[in-house]
Write a protein that binds this ligand. Structure first.
Ligand code: ADP
Ligand code: MG
Length: 344
């Protein structure tokens, strides 16, 4: 198995000269709805980068646009506007043929392991399929690579003849990860990869993903509801609300020193299931309502700290501490010596 590093990124591209594997700038995606109902703004003005060998976590409630970001990132859903570069190639407006050819280097693992597998293929066929599509490996070489992939995801070769319905959820997801890894991708997008698995197997899958990242220097985008998983895997985390990125920064810093009331709410919601921890100080009510998008800041309808100014315009992301940005009028650059905790 080769050990890809940034040095063997596509030559003659930005990726060949920097550590950046994914660069997204001002991504916008709207879905039309039936007549008379405003379009759904699924993603609005989202920007981030991910380096080789690093993981960006994306968190946010259901409907906040996480999966749309994931799909747009890999060209599975076309964006309305914005710049997306993966491995130094522009995804926006790339012909379908190019996207298909590049697919082997940028893969996605979805939440539902069973639905992602073809029920007619047993494990060996499932893992061999992407190799047959994207490589010239045949015969003994093909068998060798399938064997190697099963080993990489810690699946016993005894399972090679089993069909998806004969596997546990954790085993099914390992098959999906083996399929995603088959063509030696450089970028892996993981859309809630452990959400449908038992807690007992979630940790094993996350450990596997971490090990593979270290071995293969992969860039990950990990979408998850589970802040514990985000803490364990991601160096950086982005928080989405109603299609917008409201906070982004180093995971430890964002989760221990949140600058946006919505991030604080997510952390509080996680803690509130722990009986030993006091409930969140500030109560955020209601649910994400993309059909009633507020004017001004997207969080005004639920924000416990809302003021009249918040209805005027959407605050931009402001760097609160180095590399840690949040989009709230209460956030001031650290030099201005004011933050959320001082605002109440
Ligand atoms: P998340 O993954 O955070 O739950 P999604 O990206 O799936 O969020 O959805 C964001 C918003 O876009 C939601 O309001 C959802 O209903 C809408 N949406 C997503 N995909 C489509 C689609 N194909 N057609 C219409 N609306 C969609
Ligand atoms: Mg989703």
């Amino acid at each position: 198995m080769s050990d890809p590093t940034q040095a063997d990124a596509p030559q003659g591209t930005a990726a060949a000269h920097s550590a950046v594997a994914i660069a997204v700038e001002a991504m916008n995606k709207t879905f039309p709805t039936r007549r008379g109902v405003p379009d759904v703004i699924a993603v609005e003005d989202v920007s981030f980068t991910v380096d080789y060998g690093r993981t960006l976590g994306i968190v946010g409630e259901s409907g906040s646009g996480k999966s749309t970001v994931a799909r747009c990132l890999l060209g599975l859903t076309p964006v309305d506007s914005g710049r997306i570069e993966v491995l130094g190639r522009s995804i926006v407006d790339a012909p379908a043929r190019s996207l298909r050819a590049w697919r082997s280097e940028m893969q996605i693992v979805f939440q539902e392991p069973y639905e992602s597998l073809d029920p007619r293929y047993h494990v060996w066929e499932s893992v061999a399929e992407p190799l047959l599509l994207h490589t010239d490996l045949r015969g003994g070489e093909l068998a060798g690579r399938v064997h190697e992939l099963l080993e990489q995801v810690a699946l016993s070769p005894d399972l090679a003849g089993r069909y998806p319905h004969e596997l546990s959820g954790g085993q099914q997801q390992r098959v999906n990860i083996a399929r995603a890894l088959a063509t030696s991708p450089r970028v892996l997008v993981l859309d809630e990869p452990t959400a449908s698995l038992d807690v007992s197997v979630q940790e094993g899958v996350l450990r596997l993903l971490l090990r593979l990242q270290q071995e293969l220097n992969l860039a990950y985008v990990l979408i998850s509801h589970d802040l514990k998983a985000i803490r364990a895997v991601c160096e950086r985390v982005a928080v989405m609300y109603l299609g917008r990125l409201v906070e982004i920064g180093p995971t430890d810093e964002v989760l221990s020193n949140p600058k946006h009331p919505y991030t604080e709410f997510l952390i509080g919601a996680e803690l509130s299931v722990d009986p030993d921890v006091a409930p969140a100080a500030r109560v955020v009510r209601g649910e994400v309502t993309s059909s009633q998008r507020p004017t001004g800041c997207v969080f005004t309808t639920r924000c416990p700290l809302v003021t009249s100014t918040c209805h005027e315009s959407q605050p931009p992301l402001i760097e609160a501490t180095p590399g840690h940005d949040a989009a709230c009028i209460l956030v001031k650059p650290e030099s201005a010596a004011s933050d959320l905790s001082g605002a109440v």
